[in-house]
Design a protein around this ligand. Structure first.
Ligand SMILES: [Zn+2]
Length: 241
């Protein structure tokens, strides 16, 4: 195989790997944000659960205050009942006592309902505490893995840069600049395998003579359509359609 062509294949491999690594590194802030969002969501759920419990408890305290007021009035009426002189006064005070009792009963029922709801709300708040702790732990682990990934990617890029320097050192400058120009114009992919008489990247059929020359792998030949530098891989098995 033409030595430049062989180096171009290696170069493309390195450049594509570097491009992937750069994309992954560029995704890091977005992935970090997604991790923060997971903790935020769990924290909001926890805060909401605690607020619901607090609202339940506040409502209960308000009703208990009302009960105390009605109980105060009830004992006052009971004292007054001891001192009534007339039948009319007696009935009037009995009426007040019955009213205070029914008001107390109504509120005690409400308190009972709130207490039952509080059991569920307390359980939900506890569950949200556990969920937050679990999410924080999972996110910490993911964050650690992400940091490791980023370190590995940076190391990959350094290694790739080193390998690239040694690959291009022995290349014909004209071939390298053609490669780099096409890479720039064609989304980073400057070479294309020719298979079954076609350019496998742009899928355009090559002229038979061009394909025959490409098969020899002994010169730099560009695809007429996409301009990518063509090579032939004798070992490639055509995929089963
Ligand atoms: Zn092509």
């Amino acid at each position: 195989m033409n030595s430049d062509l062989e180096k171009l294949i290696g170069l493309q491999h390195l450049d594509s790997a570097a491009s992937d690594a750069h994309k992954k590194l560029a995704d890091e802030p977005e992935r970090m944000k997604a991790l923060d969002a997971r903790v935020d969501a769990a924290r909001h759920a926890q805060a909401a659960a605690k607020e619901r419990l607090a609202a339940n408890q506040a409502a209960r305290r308000e009703i208990e205050k009302d009960v105390a007021v009605h109980q105060g009035r009830l004992s006052k009426f009971r004292e007054q009942a001891m001192a009534v002189k007339t039948n009319q006064e007696y009935h009037a005070i009995q009426h007040e006592i019955a009213f205070a009792q029914s008001e107390i009963k109504k509120r005690e029922d409400q308190i009972l309902e709130l207490m039952l709801a509080a059991d569920e709300l307390t359980a939900a708040a506890k569950k949200s505490d556990a969920a937050l702790a679990a999410e924080q732990k999972a996110v910490d682990a993911d964050r650690h893995r992400l940091a490791q990934d980023m370190t590995a990617l940076k190391a990959d890029l350094e290694r790739i840069a080193g390998e690239r320097a040694s690959v291009i050192a022995g290349m014909t400058p004209q071939v390298l600049s053609t490669f780099e120009l096409i890479a720039k114009r064609r989304g980073g992919v400057a070479i294309a395998e020719a298979r079954d008489g076609m350019c496998t990247v742009c899928h355009v059929r090559l002229r038979p003579q061009v394909f025959n020359n490409v098969r020899k792998n002994d010169q730099i030949i560009q695809c007429d359509s996409c301009q990518r530098i063509l090579y032939f891989s004798p070992l490639t098995v055509a995929p089963i359609p």
